[in-house]
Design a protein around this ligand. Structure first.
Ligand code: FMN
Length: 353
């Protein structure tokens, strides 16, 4: 039987996965050689996390880390996604059987992977780098499309920055955004979740201003003078500072969002191994899904239109028709290292033999 130490090591690697605002919406049950992965979608952003799909992407990344770590430590992982329809929060059952430990170069990238929100140099990726980044999708499970066309990159950067207009102009979203910010290093080390201010890579003046803008009346007043749009414009410049974007395209199915998360994590770890910087962007994509499904309910007409237009630009860049959707975007390039890394909680594991 698999040792407790091995399970612990595998789950610790799993729990290094990215999650929306570092929410880490997971818990594990271990019975013999079987790991049950449970989701806590309520830990994720209630508006952005449309149909829990942000949670499913994070779980995809978690499951991929588990599979890589298991293989490196000498176990074959048999993964069943959403194995029981009567238990919608049981994301996966993972059976582990002993096998020969394999050399898994991505295993060593797991603790080094991080979100890097800095601007990147436009230096193109080499042919070998592109080949390696795209080789992750060997089974052609998802459409993975890379673009390095400067016009595409500029269009995607501008489209994705529309998220900030909506987040900062909509009162509910403004509150949710500021509630997620972790302001100090001490608080970050204590909470080990939330959006740590230092990882946002703001220059000192906006960092100071952010402390004032957390008060809605102040934000609202300055929005009338175009503040949210100015912030989005600045972010569009950062989002456009990239060597390439990779889009992961899926069908409208929860399971495919888990698979998209797995593919994303492989790309991110491969990028990390190659010394590249990576930034996951999803805001507009998830807002669009909600707006389309609910006819814009809960959003102003201006915001619904802005998001629809922005998503339209993303979809047309990747030539995605109405039968598929862009699940997530990765901005890739060469940037200085991130100013800080988000801490992870030790995995919560219940063991019954
Ligand atoms: C489903 C999902 C959506 C995310 N969307 C964004 C996003 O739109 N913008 C962003 O800057 N980071 C985004 N992130 C990155 C998280 O904020 C980040 O993973 C988390 O804060 C932990 O940091 P780490 O990636 O360095 O471990 C997203 C992560 C996940 C899993």
């Amino acid at each position: 039987m698999i040792s407790r130490e091995a399970v612990q090591k595998i789950l610790e690697a799993g729990a290094q996965a990215p999650s929306g605002s570092n929410s880490q919406p997971w818990r594990f049950d271990v019975r013999g050689n079987e790991i049950r992965v449970w989701a806590f979608p309520e830990k994720d952003h209630p508006i952005l996390n449309f149909r829990h799909r942000g949670t499913w992407v994070a779980h995809g990344a978690l499951i991929e880390n588990i599979a890589i770590a298991a293989s490196a430590l000498g176990y074959k992982a048999d993964i069943k996604i959403f194995p029981d329809h009567s238990k919608p929060n049981l994301t996966a059952i993972i059976g582990l059987t002993a096998s020969t430990p394999r050399d898994e170069p991505l295993y060593h990238a797991i603790p080094r992977r991080a979100t890097n929100r800095k601007p990147y140099k436009p230096t193109p990726l080499t042919f070998e780098e592109k080949l390696e980044l795209l080789a992750v999708n060997q089974e052609d499970k998802e459409d993975v499309i890379l673009t390095e066309d400067p016009d595409d990159i500029r269009r995607l950067g501008a489209a994705m920055s529309v998220n900030e207009v909506v987040m900062l102009e909509d009162r509910k979203l403004h509150k949710l955004f500021f509630d997620e910010i972790v302001w100090t290093e001490a608080e970050e080390k204590e909470r080990k979740s939330g959006l740590y201010l230092k990882t946002m890579e703001l220059t000192p003046p906006p960092q100071l201003a952010l402390k004032i803008f957390k008060y809605w009346p102040v934000m609202h007043f300055f929005n009338r003078l175009g503040l949210a749009e100015m912030i989005a414009k600045d972010n569009a410049k950062v989002y456009s500072a990239a060597a390439a974007y990779i889009g992961v395209i899926v069908n409208d199915s929860d399971k495919e969002f888990v698979t998209a998360g797995r593919v994303m994590e492989r790309i991110w770890l491969t990028g990390t191994k190659l010394g590249l910087s990576v930034h996951l962007l999803t805001g507009v994509l998830f807002l669009w899904q909600r707006i389309i499904a609910e006819g814009g309910k809960g959003f102003s007409q201006k915001h619904a239109e802005l998001v629809k237009r922005a998503y339209g630009k993303v979809a047309s860049t990747f030539k995605v028709g109405d039968n598929k959707m862009v699940a997530l975007l990765l901005r890739i390039g060469r940037g200085d290292p991130p100013s800080a890394k988000s801490s992870k909680k030790p995995p919560t594991v219940y063991i019954s033999d």
